[in-house]
Design a protein around this ligand. Structure first.
Ligand SMILES: O=C(O)C1=C[C@@H](OP(=O)(O)O)[C@@H](O)[C@H](O)C1
Ligand SMILES: C=C(OP(=O)(O)O)C(=O)O
Length: 437
């Protein structure tokens, strides 16, 4: 149980570099492992989910050295992975599981994948069904969830598949399988989702083309290890962007945050709500990045619908909190995917913010939020992450606004994506005066 910092009146100040992007960190290990030569990764995210990916590849015989956020992967090429001696433990990581299901589809061995309680409830048929079309066989439990056994097929056929769900994980699983087939595969997205796999694959020498929602991948490329610098994670930066926006007298700068256009929906939505965010020092290597300057502002309600969702999928719990502080009625729809994340994020966000006095009604695919409501504990001084890192950190931001005491149960969930979250937050709380900008 963690006692949260509450009643912050002087706002947030100073500057901070947020940890590396989780999606890009996972992919740097995967592509590094299946390339020839060495891949050197700088500003890797050393959180539980990304360490799960490292461990899985070490269990398949890949030599990976790590010192804090610096990682060296000694690539073994596509055919150099070896059969693990025990089930691969996916922990809490949906990304590791789904991307590995794609990669293991073309391997000449059998692998068992297991995961924690939360991950073992999440849907995996969305990847095993399309992947089966290429040739591998999957033994999946009745509900289409982990544990799963993959009988890889080293002779994969190409695939032509239209995704029924907007998911970068499903898309990436298919790309990783298609890389092992002879010929060109076509994958058509339902909506544009984060394209980190495509960008990194190109940088490693792969042949992949995107036109609109259609992606064409050429199999059997000669991938060569690269130096990867991981930009700061927009989904982690989002917590400080929200806190600085909500707390009067704040002015912070977040340095080197990833600005890939498939990940900046949170900035767009916040600006639509009236937030004061300026981008500075933008650069574009493989991935775009830049600094963000955020000042407090007064927010108003907006409507968020299905076309907005893929680009802000992980920030929606936080957007719900922001909406409780915005004047008017915010409606979020088309977000049914939130129900199959680490928790049912529609139900859990509603339950926890109502404990603080928010006015939120659940919809099957979203929420209606009436604002602005002062947040204060109603009948309990305890909120709960329910084991979901993003819920835990969102509640850490909510606490800054309340008077009185608030405790967070299951706070260790934040280690999944941001082990130093509370240390970094406290740094911005205790920084004196305005940032030297
Ligand atoms: O590909 C990725 O790295 C991710 C894709 C998203 O999941 P879906 O593909 O299930 O939408 C996102 O929620 C997750 O945090 C990371
Ligand atoms: C949904 C998330 O991750 P994953 O699917 O990798 O568990 C997340 O980080 O919010």
């Amino acid at each position: 149980m963690k006692t949260l910092t509450t009643n912050v009146q002087k706002g947030l100040h100073g500057e901070l570099s947020v940890p590396g992007d989780k999606s890009i960190s996972h992919r740097s290990i995967i592509l590094g492992a299946i390339s020839s030569g060495e891949t050197e990764i700088t500003h890797f995210l050393p959180s539980e989910d990304c360490l799960t990916t490292i461990q899985a590849f070490q269990d398949m015989g890949v030599n990976i050295e790590r010192q804090d956020d610096h990682v060296l992967v000694h690539g073994v090429k596509m055919n150099g992975l070896s059969e693990p001696q025990h089930p691969l433990n996916m922990g809490n990581s949906g990304t590791t599981t789904r991307l590995l299901l794609g990669l293991l589809s073309g391997q000449n061995f059998t692998t068992d994948l297991i995961g924690d309680q939360s991950l073992s409830k999440r849907p995996m048929k969305r990847v095993t069904e399309p992947l089966s079309q290429l040739g591998p066989e999957f033994r999946v439990t009745g509900n289409g969830t982990l544990p799963i056994t993959v009988h890889g097929d080293s002779n994969l056929s190409t695939v032509n598949y239209r995704l029924p769900v907007a998911s970068a994980q499903v898309k990436s699983a298919l790309i990783l399988a298609a890389l092992q087939a002879d010929g060109i595969s076509t994958i058509i997205e339902k909506q544009q989702t984060r394209n980190h796999t495509e960008l990194m694959l190109k940088a490693f020498g792969g042949e992949i083309e995107q036109q609109g929602l259609t992606i064409k991948v050429t199999g059997k490329p000669n991938l060569i290890g690269q130096s990867v610098t991981v930009p700061g994670d927009m989904s982690s930066a989002a917590f400080f962007i929200a806190a600085a926006t909500l707390l009067p007298n704040s002015e912070i700068r977040l340095k080197n945050v990833g600005l890939n256009p498939t990940r900046t929906g949170f900035l767009t939505i916040l600006k639509r709500m009236g937030a004061d965010i300026t981008i500075q020092n933008e650069t574009n290597q493989v991935e775009a990045s830049g600094d963000l300057l955020i000042r407090s502002s007064v927010l108003h309600a907006i409507c968020i619908s299905s076309e907005d969702i893929p680009n802000v999928i992980d920030e929606l719990p936080l957007i719900t909190l922001l909406a409780t502080q915005a004047s008017g009625t915010t409606k979020i729809t088309g977000a049914e995917e939130l129900r199959v994340k680490e928790t049912d994020r529609i139900a859990v966000v509603t339950e926890e913010l109502i404990k603080l006095g928010a006015d939120i009604t659940e919809l099957p695919d979203g929420m209606i939020i009436n604002g602005a409501t002062p947040l204060n504990p109603q009948d309990t001084d305890r909120v709960d992450s329910h084991g979901d890192h993003r819920i835990g950190m969102m509640l850490g931001v909510a606490a800054l606004l309340i008077k009185g005491e608030l405790k967070l149960a299951n706070e260790s969930a934040i280690n999944i994506s941001y082990p130093n979250f509370f240390t970094d937050l406290n740094q911005l709380i205790s920084a004196k005066g305005f940032a030297a900008l």
